[in-house]
Design a protein around this ligand. Structure first.
Ligand SMILES: CCCCC/C=C\C/C=C\C/C=C\C/C=C\CCCC(=O)SCCNC(=O)CCNC(=O)[C@H](O)C(C)(C)COP(=O)(O)OP(=O)(O)OC[C@H]1O[C@@H](n2cnc3c(N)ncnc32)[C@H](O)[C@@H]1OP(=O)(O)O
Length: 213
């Protein structure tokens, strides 16, 4: 695999399993779907950051209930859902974790950029530790399954919080594949705000056996 010369999240190669999984969702996604996900993400941040008066709360609640009813009328099984499956998009079309935008990659290392919003704040404008762990699971998981490696699952993820992770600033995340032993893949991650180390992670990912769900 050739290292990427420039930021290009959507050119990161996908292993065949994930390419099919994602292309199937892309083919079924209606016009405007990614706009809906972006709006949902912004909504989460706006709700977390607001302290509105009662009239605004009532109006927003009614609008949200309308939107929820519209979407719930089109509920599908997990296999058919679109959410989280658009792997060529930063954030892969989900709002659980903040969009991870890949800047460069090789078979054994990826570097990405991420900005946590107010939705992921714990307190003090600092990111909740669980959200930091979530980001590492995304980044390490992404690398684990790169380069035609068979799909894997996290079995262990240890995070060390070295300093507060700030909300609202672009941060750099770096993931490395340390080694493979049969189905076991050891990975490590580092999250930095400029030069400052925010958190580090060690993960063990296990490749699934053929047909294993
Ligand atoms: C789920 C979301 C997936 C979303 C994917 C989206 C996109 C993917 C595309 C690209 C990637 C992009 C982004 C990445 C995004 C997300 C990544 C999220 C990944 C996750 O978030 S995923 C959910 C959390 N994850 C689980 O829900 C795991 C639950 N679990 C199991 O499903 C089973 O556990 C399984 C099937 C994994 C293995 O089961 P099994 O029966 O096949 O294997 P077995 O138990 O025999 O273990 C074999 C050898 O591993 C050793 N071993 C096992 N566990 C160990 C541990 N904890 N520590 C040390 N060693 C351990 C044993 O000791 C033995 O070692 P030995 O062979 O030497 O004896």
């Amino acid at each position: 695999m050739t290292p990427s010369p420039e930021p290009a999240h959507d050119r990161v190669p996908l292993a065949p399993f994930w390419r099919q999984w994602s292309d199937r969702a892309v083919a079924r996604a209606p016009a405007g779907w990614t706009g809906l996900i972006d709006e949902l993400r912004d909504l989460q941040d706006a709700a977390a950051a607001s302290a509105p008066p009662a009239e605004t709360v009532a109006r927003a609640t009614a609008l949200l209930a309308d939107a929820r009813r519209l979407l719930a009328a089109h509920t599908v099984a997990d296999d058919e859902q679109l959410y989280g499956k658009l792997l060529r998009l930063p954030g892969r079309g989900q709002t659980l974790s903040p969009p991870l935008r890949l800047l460069s990659w090789t078979a054994t290392e990826i570097v990405g950029e991420v900005t946590f919003g107010r939705f992921h704040s714990g307190s003090n404008d600092a990111v909740h530790g669980g959200a930091v762990a979530l980001l590492f699971d995304e980044a390490l998981g992404r690398l684990s399954d790169l380069d035609d490696r068979p799909p894997s699952r996290t079995v262990s993820l240890r995070v060390e919080f070295r300093s507060l992770t700030p909300v609202g600033r672009p941060l750099t995340v770096r993931a490395r594949l340390l080694g493979q032993d049969g189905r076991k893949r050891r990975l490590a991650g580092v999250l930095r705000d400029g030069e400052r180390l925010c958190a580090e992670a060690d993960g063990l990912f296990l490749a699934l056996r053929p047909g294993q769900r």
